[in-house]
Design a protein around this ligand. Structure first.
Ligand SMILES: Nc1ncnc2c1ncn2[C@@H]1O[C@H](COP(=O)(O)OP(=O)(O)OP(=O)(O)O)[C@@H](O)[C@H]1O
Ligand SMILES: [Mg+2]
Length: 355
């Protein structure tokens, strides 16, 4: 897919900004604080109806204004869709070709964005939650059934946790929710296992293209129960063993919502042993993998890289730029960057109101 045009009104520091973008590389340059990441944030918002920096949409509205708007024309093959997001103090409204969108999944089907942001360098060092989110979001974009399983799992998990918090726990109901969790876990673990296998097939190729080294890089997924014919009985036993502690802690302590993966570089956990630069390149390579795993080429995501170049040496920069030519459309922000053949956009702080 391609974002053909983007217009922001009252979004973050931008009163009014509009761009026609091209296929290939689009470079957004500007001083610190000019509003480059804000533009990136608006592109990301188009795919998940939320910011990657804020939980609360109110902060996205320009200070002193009542509302904000993101408008984009997005091309998928021969089809062009018009997407409009309106934000105000009471919430958000989203329209695709003028029709209101009620579910985020409808939007997620239409716009797909791979984002690399500066804090992704901590992907392997920080909390498992970020790694799970990466896995869940990219798998959900590839498979609607996975999205369905994971949404149902989260709903049942919430019910089980509420049950555990009740004054007198209904044991029969607790068993029922545990069984439901186990039933939903089985396909989730299978999906994750298969996806990680697919990722490993391409992760090495991407990393080698980015580094020029012959390193071996591998995602090691750690399911709470290994997939096998007796998965369900083993999972039930594990839940039973954890039950007393769950009752004490009033929360579900095991399950797919607690799983994690590590990335090993030449056999060692990169989070623990890798350098800052190695972590950055591995996180970038991993984040780019889902692009190649979406079979329908027209549905492949746009790639948005916020400030990715700043800590890379000249050789790694050149390798990355060469690699990025593989993608249909890429956005890169930088304070300064020149690439032959790329489209350039200067982002400036607006001094006075435009409308
Ligand atoms: N709701 C808002 N209303 C007005 N201004 C805002 C709002 N939210 C953020 N800003 C301002 O937007 C400015 C630009 O932020 P942004 O993070 O996009 O800059 P940037 O160009 O990415 O800079 P850097 O090169 O340092 O990463 C900041 O000065 C910030 O104060
Ligand atoms: Mg920025």
């Amino acid at each position: 897919m391609i974002v053909k045009t983007l217009t922001l009104k009252g979004f973050r520091n931008h009163d009014y900004l509009t761009y026609d973008f091209n296929e290939g590389m689009n470079i957004l340059t500007g001083h610190n604080g000019a509003g480059k990441t804000n533009v990136v944030e608006s592109l990301y918002y188009l795919s998940l109806a939320r910011s990657f920096r804020l939980n609360d949409d109110e902060g996205l509205i320009k200070k002193g204004r009542d509302n904000a708007e993101i408008y984009a024309e997005v091309k998928e093959g021969e089809l062009t869709r018009k997407i409009r997001v309106l934000l105000n103090q009471t919430g958000k409204q989203i329209f695709i070709n003028g029709k209101p969108v009620n579910k985020v999944s409808e939007l997620a089907r239409v716009v797909n964005v791979i984002l690399f942001e500066p804090k992704d360098v901590l992907l392997f060092r920080g909390s498992p939650k970020n790694r799970r989110t990466f896995l869940d979001v990219s798998l959900a974009k590839k498979s609607a059934s996975y999205l369905d399983y994971i949404s149902r799992y989260e709903k049942v998990l919430k019910e089980r946790n509420e049950l555990l918090k009740s004054e007198k726990v209904d044991r029969v109901l607790l068993d029922t929710t545990t069984e439901m969790l186990v039933k939903l876990s089985c396909p989730i673990v299978s999906y994750r296992q298969m996806y990680v296998k697919d990722i490993n097939d391409i992760l090495n190729k991407i990393t080698r293209a980015l580094t020029g080294e012959d390193d071996k890089i591998e995602v090691v997924y750690k399911p709470f129960i290994e997939q096998s014919v007796d998965f369900e009985s083993k999972a039930l036993e594990a839940f039973k063993r954890a039950e007393e502690s769950d009752l004490r802690k009033k929360a579900t302590s095991i399950g797919v919502h607690r799983e994690d993966f590590t990335v090993n570089l030449n056999g060692r956990d990169i989070g623990e042993y890798g350098s800052q630069g190695e972590n950055r390149i591995a996180a970038l390579a991993l984040k780019l993998c889902p692009y190649f795993l979406i079979e329908d080429k027209d549905k492949r995501p746009i790639v948005v890289l916020d400030d990715v170049m700043s800590e890379l040496d000249q050789q790694h920069r050149l390798r990355l730029i060469t690699f990025l030519k593989k993608f249909e459309q890429v956005f890169i922000t930088a304070t300064r960057l020149e690439v032959a053949g790329a489209s350039n956009y200067q982002i400036k702080k607006k001094k006075k109101e435009v409308f």
